[in-house]
Design a protein. Structure first.
Length: 302
C-alpha cells in the first residue's frame, strides 16, 4: 500500500452519515515509568445499529484499548472510514463529471474510555500485552506518521486463489490492518504479546493477473480512452455510496452477480484503475487467524 506525502483536504461533496471520531482527542503524553495494559477489542461492524447481525457473517471491527496504571484512565484507538464504508468501496457518478468521484479516506481515532459493554457483549476485550509509558509515547509518534501518510481505505483483498500460499495482488487497508500494524510497532519497540488466538475478517476477490488501466487523467481526461471510461462508469453504475447498511449488502450482491456473470471487476487502488479477470470462487468473506507479532529486535532489557 502506497504512502502519500500528505492527506488531501476533504471535498465538501463528501458527507458522512455519522460524524467521524466525534469525541476524538490527541494521544496523551504518558509518564515514562507508567505501566500500560494493552487490550485487543473486536465486535461486529455496525453493531450499534444492527445488533450482532454481522457477527454471524463474521464481519468484525477491530480496535485497541489502553489502560494507564498511574492514572487509571482507559483509552480506545481505532481506524475507520471518514465517510462510511460505502463511500470507500464505491464512487459517486456525478452529473457533468466524466470520472467517478471517490469520497475515500480512512484515519485513526483516539478517545478516552473503553466501552466495555460494547466490546464484551458480542465480541472480545482481552489483555494482549503490557507496555511502558516510553513505548506508548514512541507508538504515538508512529501513529501520527502512519495517519498522515496512509490515507486511503481499501475494502478488498485481491488474490489469485483461496490457497493459503496464493499470490496476493492487492492487500486491503482497513481497521484490522491498522491494529496489526500497531501491534507490530509495539512488538518492535519490545512489547511481548501473550499467546492467544486472534482472528480477523477479510473480504477477498479472486482474480487472474490484474491488468493496469491507468489513472483518472489517462482514462477520463481529454486524451482519455472513451470506451474504457464508459465501461468503468457502467460497472459502477448500480452501486450507491450514500446508503444504509442493508443497501450496502444489496450492492454487494449486485457486484457478485456482475462479477460472476461477466468475470470482471474494475478496481481503484492507490489512485489507479485496474481490470481484474475474475475467477471462481469470485468473492469470499473469511475470518481467519493472524498470530500476534514477535518483535524484530531482542526484547531483553526493555
Amino acid at each position: 500500500h502506497r504512502r502519500f506525502d500528505f492527506r488531501p483536504k476533504t471535498d465538501p461533496y463528501c458527507q458522512a452519515r455519522y460524524t467521524f471520531c466525534p469525541t476524538g482527542s490527541a494521544l496523551p503524553l504518558m509518564k515514562e515509568e507508567d505501566v500500560i495494559e494493552v487490550y485487543r477489542l473486536q465486535a461486529p461492524v455496525w453493531e450499534f445499529k444492527y445488533g450482532d447481525l454481522l457477527g454471524h457473517l463474521k464481519i468484525m471491527h477491530d480496535a485497541v484499548g489502553f489502560k494507564s496504571s498511574l492514572t487509571g484512565k482507559n483509552y480506545t484507538m481505532e481506524w475507520y472510514e471518514l465517510f462510511q464504508l460505502g463511500n470507500c468501496t464505491f464512487p459517486h457518478l456525478r452529473p457533468g463529471m466524466d470520472a467517478p468521484f471517490w469520497c475515500n479516506q480512512g484515519a485513526a481515532c483516539f478517545y478516552e474510555g473503553i466501552d466495555d459493554a460494547h466490546w464484551k457483549a458480542n465480541g472480545t476485550l482481552v489483555l494482549v500485552t503490557t507496555i511502558s509509558g516510553t513505548m506508548f509515547n514512541e507508538m504515538a509518534q508512529w501513529v501520527k506518521y502512519d495517519n498522515e501518510t496512509g490515507i486511503y481505505y481499501e475494502t478488498w483483498t485481491v488474490q489469485a486463489s483461496p490457497d493459503k500460499k496464493s499470490t496476493v495482488w492487492f492487500d486491503s487497508y482497513e481497521c484490522s490492518k491498522f491494529i496489526l500494524r500497531t501491534y507490530q510497532k509495539l512488538a518492535d519497540l519490545g512489547a511481548v504479546f501473550k499467546k492467544i488466538q486472534t482472528n480477523y475478517t477479510s473480504i477477498i476477490l479472486f482474480s487472474g493477473e490484474p491488468i493496469y488501466l491507468g489513472n483518472e487523467t489517462s482514462i477520463f481526461g481529454p486524451q482519455g480512452n472513451k470506451t474504457l471510461a464508459a465501461a468503468i462508469r457502467d460497472f459502477y453504475n448500480p452501486f450507491k455510496p450514500h446508503q444504509s447498511v442493508r443497501e450496502f449488502f444489496m450492492d454487494l450482491f449486485k457486484i457478485i452477480d456482475r462479477v460472476i456473470l461477466n468475470h470482471q471487476f474494475y478496481l481503484f487502488y492507490n489512485l489507479e484503475y485496474w481490470f481484474l479477470p475474475m475467477k471462481s470462487p469470485y468473492l469470499k468473506i473469511i475470518y481467519e487467524e493472524v498470530p500476534l507479532p514477535v518483535g524484530s529486535k531482542a526484547s531483553s532489557g526493555v
